[in-house]
Write a protein that binds this ligand. Structure first.
Ligand SMILES: [Zn+2]
Length: 455
């Protein structure tokens, strides 16, 4: 009785709530699309044929869904992996062992043989000085089942360049992972103007073995990486819009990234985000009446190894960022949604909450919190509020950036709930009379979990 009264008084009409929530939960469109994207197109690293095919695929889907769609060109780094292999060399009393390894993205290739020195921080690498010359630096850390990606991502981002600076011959990084079935987890490493050395992630099992063997005596490894950087490639962000009925120049941006790593089909990172945001757009486009403001879905290119799409969007749309009333990015996998986070000036979550009443059936409500994404990060400098659906992240880094990031890991029910949460949240932000109060402008890196922090 009280619930019925509440729903009758809720600002979102029951019909709209039913269409968005029911459509996302019952239609199965997002899941079917993710299967299509991952099985028929597959990996989508920037500059690859898969990335180009995904751009055309997404553009066609937007049009099919009734959105106004176009491409916005971006130049992207074009890095290719090539063949790679490595081994711990045998020595008297210890047999040799193959290494499960994967080159770090944007890094250089080459053949390396050398004795191993273990280091755990950028400071430790620098402190090695001359001792590192000609050696292979084994970058170890304590990321475990409880996570800690943010604490250690700097070691992947800046470790190889730091190792090259002290004359090391190569780098083997313990994968940034919460669990492993001997799968190496790749990820971008920063390449500045300084020297570079071949750098690869090794599985956590191999890392543990090197660490143990170092207690017995010297460890010597050999590895070959076939990766190289080709000239920048032409690519694009894919944009689909439902034009606002009253304030079409005010924009609610829904982002996800279309590119993925090359080791797998990237179902979690970020195929899931792509299909959730497409689903939000499809359902909003089907409403009898468009929301007050424009809902713009941007499928960014190159989040993984350069963020050219995110930077390009912010630069290309600089003049209208003051009219971006909120930016949302789905890039945290597709596990069970847990809450709606609002990063705005004080009062933002309270203002949004009544509009999220349809999500109470999923146990979701708004609270003030930290949210964002690597692609929308640059919009923070213009004071654009960020809103996000947070998910249970327990197992995200089990498969992140590894060959195990495949479609079979996706739970269709959780994916559908996420799509529903994004759809209702996007609609609410586009329909509520007053937009969220804008937060103080801030540095982009704060909301860029996939990128090493600038220091
Ligand atoms: Zn991602």
């Amino acid at each position: 009785m009280i619930l019925a009264l509440l729903l009758a008084l809720a600002p979102v009409s029951p019909d709209v709530g039913r269409r968005l929530l029911g459509g996302a939960l019952a239609d199965g469109v997002a899941y079917a699309r993710l299967e299509e994207l991952t099985d028929t197109i597959g990996p989508r690293l920037s500059g690859s044929p898969g990335a180009a095919a995904a751009v055309e695929w997404a553009l066609a889907k937007f049009k099919q869904d009734g959105l106004a769609a176009h491409l916005e060109a971006v130049k992207v780094p074009h890095w290719v992996r090539g063949e790679e292999r490595g081994e711990i060399l045998p020595r008297p009393g210890v047999v040799g062992h193959p290494l499960a390894l994967a080159a770090l993205g944007n890094g250089v290739g080459g053949e390396v043989t050398g004795d191993v020195i273990e280091a755990r921080s950028i400071q430790e690498i620098a402190a090695l000085g001359e001792k590192a010359r000609g050696k292979v630096l084994f970058l170890n850390h304590t990321m475990g089942t409880k996570g800690g990606y943010g604490d250690w991502v700097e070691l992947r981002g800046r470790g190889p360049a730091a190792a090259a600076n002290v004359g090391a011959a190569g780098v083997l990084l313990r994968s940034l992972a919460t669990t492993s079935l001997r799968s190496p987890h790749t990820g971008v490493t920063l390449t500045g103007d300084g020297p570079l050395v071949p750098a690869a992630a090794i599985s956590t099992e191999d890392a543990a073995q090197i660490h143990r063997l170092l207690q017995r005596g010297p460890v010597r490894v050999h590895f070959t990486l076939g990766c190289r950087m080709l000239p920048d490639a032409d690519s694009a962000n894919v944009v689909g819009e439902v034009r606002g009925r009253e304030k079409p120049d005010e924009i609610v941006l829904l982002g996800a990234h279309l590119d993925s790593w090359d080791l797998a089909d990237g179902a979690n990172d970020d195929g899931a985000g792509v299909v959730m945001m497409m689903e939000a757009g499809r359902l909003i486009a089907q409403l009898p009446q468009a929301p007050r403001r424009t809902v713009r879905i941007v499928l960014f290119m190159n989040e993984e190894n350069g963020s050219a799409g995110g930077k390009g969007y912010a630069a290309g749309h600089a003049a209208e960022l003051g009219k971006h009333v909120a930016a949302l990015e789905a890039d945290a996998g597709a596990a069970r949604p847990t809450a709606i986070q609002v990063h705005a000036a004080p009062g933002g979550a309270a203002l949004l909450q009544p509009w999220l009443l349809p999500l109470e059936t999923l146990g979701l409500s708004a609270s003030d919190g930290d949210t964002g994404g690597a692609d929308i990060g640059p919009l923070g400098l213009a004071g654009v509020p960020f809103v996000g659906v947070s998910v249970d992240g327990t197992h995200y880094f089990d498969i992140h950036h590894s060959a195990a990031d495949t479609f079979d890991k996706i739970d269709p029910e959780a994916l559908a709930k996420n799509a529903a949460a994004w759809a209702v949240t996007a609609y609410a932000l586009a329909e509520m009379p007053q937009p969220l109060p804008r937060p103080a402008p801030e540095e982009p890196h704060r909301h860029a979990p996939d990128l090493p922090k600038a220091k």
